[in-house]
Design a protein around this ligand. Structure first.
Ligand SMILES: NC(=O)c1ccc[n+]([C@@H]2O[C@H](COP(=O)([O-])OP(=O)(O)OC[C@H]3O[C@@H](n4cnc5c(N)ncnc54)[C@H](OP(=O)(O)O)[C@@H]3O)[C@@H](O)[C@H]2O)c1
Length: 226
């Protein structure tokens, strides 16, 4: 856990795959496989080294991911989905795949009073629904969420996307490490997390560069010059 003055939050790793142009998908809402096998093994090892794995509902609706560890050894992290309106489909793979125990089932993070009709079905499938406040822009309050996750004994979270969620964590300065897989592809018209929306420019300190098959892996610690 990170101990800021007066607060504690989980250790946050942002990890994503992109083409040479910075796109994380060929088009908004399109599932796009970018990583080669070596990078996939690295990413799944990273998943296994975190207690939680967080995505936005946009990624669930586009990719229907399982967020499991398949190409490395280790435990599956607990899925956490930012879903202010509780749009999670009950038939999604996150809701229907097997889990080791009730305490490893998905956490759905939502706004107060959202989708009362659908809530019961998701809870019946084992989801734990937690409510947080919204920012002035109408997004879920990430700082409040991280405080709640610490209280739930989740000490590390890997944030895998998608575009809006990556930009939001960088903008909120709530990131300890970034791990970026760069695939040798160019995706004209692709989805770039940092091309629009709120910004807080950051520098990456302690840059690590590794070649993984045909991909490059860059990692480091973001810092935000004032
Ligand atoms: N290459 C990669 O590594 C990678 C990884 C993951 C996804 N992707 C791609 O990314 C795309 C999806 O990205 P996306 O931007 O559409 O969706 P997203 O970032 O997965 O989810 C965004 C949604 O999350 C909800 N949300 C709630 N609180 C938020 C907050 N504080 N900050 C940001 N979002 C918040 C919002 O919906 P509500 O208002 O309804 O809550 C928002 O629309 C897909 O094409 C997917 O394939 C790529």
């Amino acid at each position: 856990m990170i101990n800021d003055p007066g607060t504690a939050r989980p250790r946050i790793t942002l990890a994503w795959a992109q083409g040479l142009d910075g796109s994380i998908a060929a088009a908004p809402g399109l599932r796009t496989a970018l990583s080669g096998p070596e990078s996939l093994r690295m990413t799944h090892g990273l998943r296994a080294s975190h207690e939680g794995i967080l995505v936005g509902i946009g990624t669930v609706l586009a990719d229907d991911p399982t967020l499991t560890v398949r190409f490395a050894e280790g435990p599956d992290p607990r899925p956490i989905v930012l879903d202010a309106a509780l749009r999670m489909p009950p038939g999604s793979r996150l809701m229907t795949r097997p889990y080791a125990c009730p305490g490893s089932r998905p956490i759905l993070v939502t706004a107060a009073g959202s989708n009362p009709a659908g809530r019961g079905a998701l809870e019946a499938l084992g989801a734990e629904i937690i409510e947080v406040g919204c920012t002035a822009r109408g997004s879920l309050d990430l700082a409040e969420l991280l405080e709640k996750l610490v209280a739930m004994n989740i000490a590390s979270v890997m944030v895998e996307g998608g575009a809006r969620v990556l930009a939001a964590f960088i903008s909120a300065r709530l990131v300890d490490r970034v791990v970026i897989t760069i695939a040798p592809r160019i995706l004209p018209g692709g989805l770039n997390p940092f091309q629009s929306g709120p910004g807080a420019a950051c520098l990456i300190a302690g840059l690590g560069i590794e070649r993984l098959g045909d991909d490059l892996c860059l990692s480091g610690r973001p810092t935000w010059p004032d």
